[in-house]
Ligand binder design. Structure first.
Ligand code: G1P
Ligand code: ZN
Length: 542
């Protein structure tokens, strides 16, 4: 039985960098989820009888929201819903299932690397038929709709069983509960040389993968342990928990410190990696060698032809603007195009769909390819493993060889989390107002060559996206970028991205923060970060 309920709008349902993210208690307000889901459906056309894929990272409130989505999909006329067993699907697995089943779209329930639990974060994101996050035009339409919505439709039925794999009919709609891992693992087998990796592992190569109590646990156990023969226990913290064991499931040097310490210790395995809440991010650490995500993108692009699924090498590379230019050097050497997009995976979709790029990456630990339309943590891990199995060198040897060929982009991001939103906006506005006057000025001994507010024109659909971060370029090619996060749920987060290029015959083995010290000083001199935010140091240095 289908019920139409009256509702009134909420004024804060504006999707950010990656869907709608709020604290759990906000999503628990009566009608909050229903309004947003109905706003998504109302912004779509032509989905009657078609398929919707639904899954989430298992965080607190996942199961409840999945039930609502299924009942509303039925009431709104979808013909079939595919859902991961237990409501679990990693973000890249959702993307793959949408594509494989030619679904109309999908709904991902996750707040990615943000903490979970009853007081943690939750999120809802719509992905289109190409498997990728909805574009800006569509997310704006959802927001507009959410401000006017006055009713929603829902099937008045009991909760559906999410735990039994199989297909059932519910009031004319098909519900398919699928194994969350099987299709994804099969896709990985088509891209990578599992035999070569298996042989390398048999030869004594050791791995530590930290799933951070989040969604990649079951994927890593199946792929790394069961299919590739890595020892039991290779996947650590492998059981997804609703509160991620009380941790931030964010694979960076702060929240994955245990893994980092292990990799820097005398008993380090050969390869360390971690992924985030919903499985789209990756952290790569070799024995005694942390690989910065921007460097990982460059090294993967330079070596991906060693994996069977990419034997012709990339046709083009895309990176987000704040990501370092390390990949640009690889593109130059390969004679292929490099694209610089705003922050957020949604901007890569049109380039991937148009066949302009094979690999994309962001400095925020995201890397992926044209196999899906999301970044993909385990994919990056497997590509690294494939390259290591073929080259039979260590991660450190591969990185040193990379810098000796292409030069090194020293790179770091300083985050000031949960600062006062008004102060953060004022900092950015004031800086924006001074952009014209900055060029020619000296800060910490560095001369500004150019300063602007990044604006992007999509080369495929010509859509323009403005105000995507302030870039301050110095004589000699160093750079500072500042922008405010679009995924935080508390106050504002200021991100300061710092980069310096060292040519291949220069100093390639410096400590990163030391190599960037004058630029760090310049950032403070330009923006008075300490004074304006009341913080003497960043909350996270990545
Ligand atoms: C952050 C990252 C960005 C990534 C996004 C979603 O967004 O910086 O690269 O695409 O999370 O994972 P931000 O909070 O900076 O807007
Ligand atoms: Zn994520």
């Amino acid at each position: 039985m289908i019920a139409i309920h009256e509702t009134t709008p909420f004024d804060d349902q504006k999707p950010g960098t990656s869907g709608l993210r709020k604290k759990v208690p906000v999503f628990q307000k009566p009608r909050y989820v229903e309004n947003f889901i109905q706003s998504i459906f109302d912004s779509l056309a032509g989905y009657r009888g078609r398929t919707l894929v639904v899954g989430g990272d298992g965080r607190f409130y996942n199961r409840e929201v999945i039930q609502i989505v299924i009942k509303m999909a039925l009431a709104n006329g979808f013909g079939r819903v595919i859902v991961g067993q237990g409501g679990i699907l990693s973000t890249p697995a959702v993307s793959h299932l949408i594509r494989k089943n030619e679904a109309f779209g999908g709904i991902v329930l996750s707040a990615s690397h943000n903490p979970g639990g009853a007081d943690g974060d939750f999120g809802i994101k719509y992905n289109a038929g190409n498997g990728g996050p909805a574009n800006e035009k569509f997310t704006n339409a959802i927001f507009e709709r959410s401000k006017a919505i006055d009713r929603y439709a829902i099937a008045e039925i009991g909760d559906v069983d999410l735990d039994e794999i199989g297909s059932s009919e519910i009031e004319g709609m098909t519900l398919e509960v699928v194994d969350p891992v099987a299709d994804y693992a099969a896709l990985m087998e088509t891209l990578f040389d599992f035999d070569a990796i298996r042989a390398h592992v048999r030869g004594g190569f050791t791995i530590a993968f930290d799933a951070m109590h989040a969604v990649t646990g079951p994927y890593a156990v199946e792929i790394l342990e069961n299919r590739l023969g890595a020892a039991k226990g290779t996947a650590r913290n492998a059981v997804p928990l609703p509160d991620f064991g009380g941790h931030h499931p964010d694979p960076n040097l702060v929240y994955a410190k245990e893994l980092y310490d292990l990799m820097m210790s005398p008993d380090a395995p050969d390869f360390g990696a971690a992924s985030d809440g919903d499985g789209d991010r990756n952290l790569i650490i070799g024995k005694d060698m942390y690989v910065a995500p921007s460097d990982s993108l460059a090294a993967l692009a330079a070596n991906m032809h060693l994996a069977p699924g990419y034997k012709d090498g990339p046709v083009g590379i895309a990176r987000s603007m704040p990501t370092s230019a390390a990949a640009d050097e690889v593109a130059k050497a390969l004679g292929i195009d490099i694209y610089e997009t705003p922050t957020g995976w949604k901007f890569f979709g049109s380039l991937l769909d148009a066949g302009k790029v094979t690999i994309c990456g962001e400095e925020s630990a995201g890397t992926g390819s044209d196999h899906v339309r999301e970044k993909d943590g385990l994919w990056a891990v497997l590509l690294w493993l494939n390259i290591l199995a073929v080259r039979k060198e260590s991660v450190a040897e591969i990185m040193r060889d990379h810098w000796a060929r292409y030069g090194r982009n020293y790179y770091s991001r300083h985050d000031y989390e949960a600062i006062d939103a008004a102060a953060a906006n004022k900092l950015m506005d004031d800086l924006r107002g001074r952009l014209d006057t900055l060029s020619g000025q000296m800060f910490a001994g560095l001369a500004v060559a150019q300063a602007d507010d990044f604006s992007y024109t999509d080369p495929v659909d010509n859509s323009v996206t403005e105000h995507q971060g302030i870039r301050i370029l110095f004589e000699g090619g160093s750079r500072i970028v500042m922008r405010l996060s679009g995924t935080g749920t508390e106050g504002a987060t200021l991100r300061v991205y710092i980069e310096r290029y060292e040519p291949k015959d220069g100093h390639l083995d410096l400590d990163t923060q030391a190599a960037l010290s004058d630029l760090i000083e310049a950032a403070e001199a330009i923006a008075s970060i300490a004074k304006r935010t009341g913080r003497n140091a960043p909350s996270v240095i990545a």
